[in-house]
Design a protein around this ligand. Structure first.
Ligand SMILES: CC(C)(COP(=O)(O)OP(=O)(O)OC[C@H]1O[C@@H](n2cnc3c(N)ncnc32)[C@H](O)[C@@H]1OP(=O)(O)O)[C@@H](O)C(=O)NCCC(=O)NCCS
Length: 178
């Protein structure tokens, strides 16, 4: 367990946690993203968190996968992956792959603490660039990363069938660390 605040800690996600992860994501994904999707995001959640994909994510080398825990409650997830390049950029890369906080713990500085922890991890492991994907029409997340010093690199259009056309743009943001 890695404490972030006196109340909130990172707890490693293990291979037996697939159903708990899916239950948590069914609770915390829709408040932020249901309006992006014709099916409120159900097909997306299934594509990302089905048992086969989950076990693949768990087994991935050079990666970390955590619940945010508040006592015995699960209130978020965080995943990082080392070694995924960002376009043709030079550097040693750590990607922030997933970061979702439950609505009741948003806006209290916990995301910021978590991203500082990730930067520290990146420094210790000799990475030089952190990067991530963010949906353009999610100002909460976009402003959050901008406030932490992340910069625009490029963007792309997602092609999930049930994703509304107006919500398909996703940007890649990065931050060099020293
Ligand atoms: C985006 C998210 C990770 C941010 O974490 P958080 O703990 O809520 O954010 P913090 O309280 O640490 O905020 C840090 C800074 O981000 C910015 N910020 C946070 N929420 C914001 C909002 N709703 N609108 C504008 N800026 C915001 C502010 O600059 C804030 O600094 P300030 O409090 O000094 O003004 C979290 O709200 C979340 O999980 N949202 C839903 C899921 C999601 O979109 N995840 C990101 C996927 S890429």
């Amino acid at each position: 367990m890695i404490p972030l605040t006196p109340e909130i800690a990172l707890c490693a996600i293990e291979e037996q946690d697939g159903e708990a992860l899916r239950a948590l994501m069914r609770r915390i994904y829709p408040p932020a993203y249901a309006h992006y999707w014709e099916d409120a995001g159900r097909s997306y959640l299934d594509s990302q968190y089905n048992q086969q994909q989950f076990l693949k994510d768990c087994k991935q080398e050079n990666a970390g996968y955590y619940f945010l825990c508040q006592g015995s409650e699960k209130v978020g997830i965080f995943r990082w992956v080392g070694g995924l390049p960002l376009g043709a950029m030079e550097g040693a890369f750590l990607k922030i792959h997933r970061l979702y906080l439950a609505p009741e713990i948003q806006g209290q500085g916990i995301g910021k603490l978590l991203m500082r922890w990730a930067e520290q991890l990146a420094r210790e492991q000799k990475y030089s660039v952190l990067w991530l994907d963010v949906m353009n029409k999610q100002p909460q997340a976009f402003e959050f990363y901008k406030s932490l010093g992340y910069q625009y690199y490029t963007h792309c259009e997602l092609n999930f069938e049930k994703l509304y056309k107006d919500y398909r743009t996703m940007s890649q943001l990065y931050k060099r660390i020293t």
